[in-house]
Write a protein that binds this ligand. Structure first.
Ligand code: BGC
Length: 379
């Protein structure tokens, strides 16, 4: 009898130990460490992906300079944290590959530069920011498209291969602002080939595709996208009225003559933006494509009140339509952040991300609704 109880007791101890082990294991399983560089995306809804981008900012004038630092910006780890803490959901990182790629086939990309891009994506991921990388300032393809098509595709072959296993928070934007001899018709051809090539290694990644004629809204009706590929987000850049946003811009001929232009938010000024956006909205609805306003901003030569008013109006209008956006840009000539003061320029930051509780956002905005939800939980 005693032996019976001691055997029974041993079984009980084993059972309890097994249970404890199972609980410990399941707890561990509940917190798996996902390697975000080894988690290729699948079955994505581009509209959900577009909400993930939400409110973003361009880390401009850094990696799209001929060499990082040439234009005064070297990306630092703390920038990603600053951007995240301010409430942005994503960063767009313009990248100039053309000065880091060999001139002849197979157009090898410099590995040191590739490692720098790896680092940038890692910083974004570590700060829970989605990240968009593109091909930016490929000036040669704009003047001599035919001579640069293979090289352009060669770049994408390598970029797509290198990042094919990165998770859904990495977005590829095929080319910034096609222009000049890379006409809308030619761009449609090149774009299709680039998408096909990227899809060989990245069948599930969300791609961002923009318009010709400098990425503006005017060329939207000429943008042709493959009907069978739904995992695309269309992008437009918005700098209207150009004479206001680009007054005094050193890279625009005659821009000094525009100095002093203001944006008061008059009915006519607001109506001009609304009318522009309605054309984008109707294109988006007819073609069933989500919209990412990948660049918009007013240069520092305009007065701050006007810049803030324009920025607030344009970003809220975009949100009303359910578009994501990325302000141009973080810490340079359009900078929402002042690097020498190590502080946000409050009027611009508040215009982009209205402080919770005094949003003044249109009720129908999806993102305003999301903010309202956050506010309620905070309250
Ligand atoms: C260009 C920048 C320029 C900005 C506004 C961007 O697409 O890359 O160099 O400052 O547009 O003009």
């Amino acid at each position: 009898m005693r032996r019976y109880w001691s055997v029974k007791f041993s079984y009980m101890i084993i059972a309890v130990a097994a249970l404890a082990l199972a609980v410990a294991c399941s707890e561990q399983m509940m917190e798996p460490t996902i390697d975000r560089t080894n988690n290729p995306p699948a079955n994505l809804d581009p509209y959900v992906q577009n909400e993930r981008i939400g409110r973003a900012i361009n880390l401009g004038n850094a990696l799209e300079a001929p060499n990082e630092g040439d234009w005064g910006v070297v990306l630092r780890p703390e920038y990603f944290e600053i951007v995240k803490n301010a409430g942005f959901g994503a960063v767009r990182v313009p990248v100039r590959w053309s000065t880091r790629t060999s001139e002849t086939a197979p157009y090898a990309i410099d590995l040191v530069f590739f490692a720098r891009v790896d680092w940038v994506i890692r910083q974004a991921f570590d700060n829970d920011l989605a990240v968009i990388i593109n091909i930016h300032h490929y000036e040669e393809i704009m003047t001599e498209p035919a001579n640069h098509k293979d090289r352009f595709l060669g770049m994408w072959r390598q970029i797509a291969e290198r990042y094919k296993n990165y998770d859904s928070d990495l977005f590829f934007e095929v080319l910034n602002e096609p222009n000049n001899n890379l006409t809308a018709a030619l761009w449609n051809e090149y774009l299709l080939e680039a998408i096909d090539l990227i899809r060989e290694t990245n069948p599930g990644r969300t791609l961002i595709v923009g318009t010709a004629e400098w990425g503006g809204i005017a060329a939207l009706p000429r943008l042709e996208l493959p009907a069978e590929d739904q995992n695309l987000i269309a992008t437009i850049h918005y700098y209207n009225p150009f004479q206001f946003t680009h007054q005094g811009a050193e890279w625009v001929n005659g821009a000094n003559a525009w100095l002093g232009q203001t944006w008061t938010g008059s009915t006519a000024q607001q109506q001009a933006v609304t009318t522009d956006f309605n054309t984008v909205k109707s294109w988006s609805e007819t073609n069933r494509r989500p919209i990412f306003m990948g660049e918009f901003g007013a240069y520092s030569k305009a007065d701050m009140d006007s810049r803030a008013r324009w920025t607030a109006f344009v970003s809220r209008e975009a949100e009303t339509h359910g578009w994501s956006w990325a302000y141009w840009e973080f810490i340079s000539g359009f900078g929402a952040y002042d690097g020498s003061a190590d502080a946000w320029r409050d009027p611009l930051l508040n215009a982009l991300i209205p402080p919770v509780g005094k949003t003044g956002q249109p009720a129908q905005s999806k993102m305003a609704a999301r903010d309202e939800g956050i506010k309620k939980t905070v309250d």
